[in-house]
Design a protein around this ligand. Structure first.
Ligand SMILES: [Zn+2]
Length: 218
């Protein structure tokens, strides 16, 4: 895409000209593993299990480590991945499709997983493609709702890249819908967030949606 020498590093405040406002305040300190372990033991006892039987002895500690991993995004600022961009006179849409992710629905603490498609129309700032995947990862590794996750990613690209337009589409399967409640296996939840030109111009929006879904569905 661009030469390394064109890589510009945006020092805090110099290019953005303002202090960063976090999309979500970062959690402080480390994950309190003993607290999770106590809570998991409580849940096991509450559902009528014996937390001290052999098969469950290691479960609280295992669940604690798992939550630390699944919620690691609470302690990471996704903007760190958008600080190194290329200055490039490229004024066509950049689109990255099928960025897979796993997240946890904050209503049920059950996983939802799927793919994110991110398109943007640069305004001089172009980001490495892998960085978009890192942003999706950080944002998804938090207790989430799909709508907010979609909005957060779009807003981050607007604020950090000053893009002329941003389109984020997220398609996900929610296990809280497929394994419990109404039990709709295979149901897909689609959310989108349009910013800038993709919000204000219907033709631009149609174009990006065709790019995202081109060849995939009619
Ligand atoms: Zn849910």
């Amino acid at each position: 895409m661009a030469d390394d020498e064109k890589l510009k590093h945006a020092d805090t405040g110099s290019l953005m000209g303002e202090l960063d406002e976090s999309a979500q305040p970062l959690a402080g300190g480390a994950v309190d593993l003993p607290r999770i372990e106590r809570a998991v033991r409580e849940i096991l006892a509450a559902v009528g299990e014996d937390p001290d039987r052999d098969g469950l002895l290691e479960t609280p500690a295992r669940v604690g480590r798992m939550y630390a991993e699944l919620f690691s995004g609470l302690r990471e600022d996704p903007r760190q991945h958008l600080k190194k961009f290329f200055i490039e006179k490229y004024d066509e849409v950049v689109l990255v499709k099928d960025i897979s992710f796993n997240s946890v629905c904050e209503h049920h603490l059950l996983p939802f997983m799927g793919v994110a498609h991110i398109g943007y129309l640069p305004n001089g700032r172009v980001i490495g493609l892998s960085k978009l995947a890192r942003v999706v990862e950080v944002v998804s590794r938090r207790p989430q709702v799909q709508e907010r996750m979609t909005d957060t990613i779009a807003d981050l690209l607007v604020s950090e890249l000053d893009a002329k337009g941003v389109a984020v589409v997220v398609e996900a399967t929610h296990t809280c819908m497929t394994i419990r409640g109404i039990r709709r296996p295979g149901s897909l939840c689609v959310t989108s967030a349009m910013r800038g030109i993709f919000r204000s111009h219907l033709s631009s929006r149609s174009e990006i949606m065709t790019l995202i879904y081109g060849g995939k569905r009619g």
